[in-house]
Design a protein around this ligand. Sequence first.
Ligand code: FA5
Length: 342
Amino acid sequence: MMESQLAELKASALARIAAAASAAELEVIRVEVAGRKGSQLTELSKGMGKVPPVDKGRIGKLFNETKTAIESALDARQAAFADAALNARLDAEWFDLTVPPPGVRPGALHPITIIQKEIEDLFTSMGFTVLSGPEVETEFNNFDALNIPPDHPARDMQDTFWLEGGHLLRTHTSPVQVRGMQRLGPPLRMIAPGRVFRNEEVDPSHEHTFYQLEGMMVDREVSVAYLIYYMKTLLQGIFKREVTVRLRPGYFPFVEPGFELDIQCLLCGGKGCPVCKQSGWVELLPCGLVHPNVLRLGGIDPEQWNGFAFGLGLTRLAMMRYAIDDIRHLQGGDLRFLRQFA
Ligand code: FA5
């Protein structure tokens, strides 16, 4: 009697377990078949009392086997449901760690930095050293050592931000010439890119903070022909095409003779626009042969050595190269502008 009931319960329980469609359904079956109170197994165990003593050992063992078989089937099925649930979640939630995150762009070089690096490569390939100097300079290096004594009218050519203690924000990169002569001595080939400051009205072609690139060569017999050769090499290297330039006399106390090298405006093709102030030409590259006083103040004997120097407007060069029609874009921090160079 008990034996057949156990066999029946086992068969029906295993069939129900196998047919369970979900973990919740399986839980209902567990309670009904093997739960502690009122389950089919618990009810059957109550019948054990009526089993004759001689059969007790065998039936008890059979009961335990049945119970274990049902419980193992429940556990196995439950584990299968848990596995399936985990797999479903993994399928739904997978992500690819190698995909770049949306909305984040890699950084890029600023257009002025791009040009600066190109010029540095060009000049280092011709034996020039790249130097830098401080943005806060002494009055001596910015003016006096460049043959501009305190009462010289040329001081007014560059509106200066004065600081305390005779210091100033350098108005040009020319003080690095002074540092270069003192540090390296002759013969000398150096360039010095850097940020400079002037107390100026800002307009499409003038900033109060902009970049220049200084160049200087000191050797035994440097002539204007050297100067023109290097300036042509510079402009061809940057524009990689024919550009129209003009050389006119220019006055700077630290060079003699001094020149202004202008480039025909590449934004309007020389017709006239706000960047070239309707003149068709953009002042880009003042230059000249180094004044003997400047060599002397730099510790170099002008009887033995001479040289050329130039002060390229790096910000303006970037404007010509990339056809930027307002200098204020360059330091405006507008990402829509900057991303064009990425
Ligand atoms: C000078 O600063 C001289 N130190 C250059 C020099 C060096 C001459 C060595 C001879 C020998 P200037 O003030 O003209 O010169 O400035 C040089 C260049 O800087 C200009 O041709 C122009 O391209 C650029 N520049 C001048 N002022 C501004 C400004 N406010 N905003 C942007 N670029 C400017």
